[in-house]
Design a protein around this ligand. Structure first.
Ligand code: PMP
Length: 417
């Protein structure tokens, strides 16, 4: 043993591929994942990953919460628990959701291993191969990967700087149905969307809910960033208006810490049993340890103030990114101006392929995610997602300056100004 645990990945041998189930063909590494190895080099300013910044989380306090949990309630914390999730935490989750206007019963909450698991469970229950999922254009790469694994076809619906466009949704429903396809649900991220950073206004929320209700299409409201608004609270959650047709996904990954892997789904009563059964078959129960750690933290610590500290930290980084984009990027580029969350979405002239540009950015010591990662259909080649959540503000400024240099060079090569 030399202690070296890295292995060279040589791909899946042909004869093994033949033995996989058909759906395994859809199990591909996301563009983001293959980027991480390069982007995590210390000399690179990574504007690629969307990792929450835990520097504002007092680790000593967390350590006390966990130590007390083990000494006072270790036998429960280290035991199996309920498949639906711990009852006390489910009550507390209802208090968290009340901040966004949701009145929920703890019995309708299912705790999951991050909201990513909720996406998997919902996909497993709803998607037959060839079904259509409507999603924003662009959309969250992790959700697109899950839908692909269940062999869904994603139909993207156009967005503008106010999020999903209701008329585009109407049109997508009509065209898809005219082609004889089954639409299973609309998936959207109304608050500080990943990857665009945009916020869906209250009137559009109402209109989109009406469209989906009339069309008999469930809405999956994915909301990990809703409490991370910089200047004012986000509009009420869509679920606050509709408890029958909305499946709401929440997560503590961005408001506490992703390492606990605790998220949840708030579901219409009619769906609860199926989702719990599906979850039990994949994980038996969510981690009691993580759930009780979060529960103690919510009971004993000033969690609202902690969210305010996180938000302040992200706001400073958002400002650093927008100021440097304004200062250095060419006039022909456009970008969103997020009012919360982690991301800025940059659109370059269509002649520029951000995937092709990536190696040059790495040489210039900056990384981003090329836009095509956020589309199921190969679109987005002249866009990119920039995350400001993680690096220090000075590093963000330096990274944007270098990236602007790379973009300008690409434009010069193509005779653009
Ligand atoms: N949805 C969105 C929009 C996300 O950005 C993320 C994480 N980046 C998730 C879901 C999954 O989060 P988690 O599983 O950590 O709750």
């Amino acid at each position: 043993m030399n202690g070296d645990i890295t292995r060279i990945h040589t791909g899946t041998p042909e004869n093994l591929t033949e033995r996989f189930a058909t759906r395994a063909a859809q199990m591909k590494p996301s563009e983001i994942r293959s980027l991480f190895a390069v982007a995590s080099r210390p000399d690179i300013v990574s504007l690629a990953g969307g990792m929450p910044n835990l520097s504002a989380l007092p680790m000593e306090m967390m350590s006390n919460v966990v130590a007390r949990l083990i000494s006072e309630n270790g036998a429960e914390a280290l035991q199996y628990g309920s498949g639906q999730g711990h009852p006390k935490l489910r009550e507390q989750i209802c208090d968290v959701m009340a901040l966004e206007g949701i009145r929920a019963h703890p019995d309708d909450v299912i705790v999951t291993t991050g909201s990513q698991q909720a996406l998997d469970l919902i996909s497993r229950i709803f998607i037959d191969p060839g079904d259509v999922i409507l999603a924003e254009a662009p959309s969250y790469v992790g959700a697109l990967g899950t839908f692909a694994q269940y062999e869904a076809q994603v139909v993207h619906v156009a967005m503008d700087n106010d999020g999903l466009i209701p008329d585009a949704l109407r049109e997508a429903i009509t065209t898809t149905r005219a082609a004889g396809r089954h639409i299973k649900f609309l998936y959207l991220i109304p608050n500080y969307q990943n990857p665009m950073g945009v916020l869906l206004p209250a009137d559009r929320r109402t209109e989109i809910l009406e469209i989906c209700r009339d069309a008999g299409i469930f809405v999956i409201e994915d909301n990990p960033y809703g409490l991370l608004g910089f200047d004012r609270p986000s509009p009420n959650a869509m679920r606050a208006q509709d408890s029958e047709n909305v499946i709401y996904l929440g997560s503590f990954s961005k408001t506490i810490a992703p390492g606990f892997r605790v998220g949840w789904a708030l579901v219409p009563q009619s769906l609860k049993e199926k989702i719990v059964i599906a979850s039990e078959s994949s994980i038996l129960c969510p981690s009691n340890f993580s759930q009780l750690a979060i529960s103690s933290y919510l009971s004993d610590q000033p969690w609202r103030d902690q969210i305010a500290s996180f938000t302040q930290l992200y706001k400073v980084r958002r400002d650093a990114m927008l100021e440097s984009l304004d200062q250095h990027f060419p006039a022909s580029a456009t970008w969103t101006r997020p009012k919360g969350g982690f991301y800025v979405w940059v659109t370059l002239p269509p002649e520029i392929d951000t995937k092709v540009m990536m190696p040059k950015a790495i040489v210039a010591k900056v990384a981003y995610v090329p836009g095509t990662a956020f589309y199921a259909d190969g679109f987005g080649s002249w866009s990119m997602r920039l995350s400001y959540c993680y690096p220090e503000p000075e590093r963000i400024r330096a990274g944007i300056k270098s990236l602007a240099g790379v973009v300008k060079q690409e434009m010069e090569i193509r005779g653009l100004d």
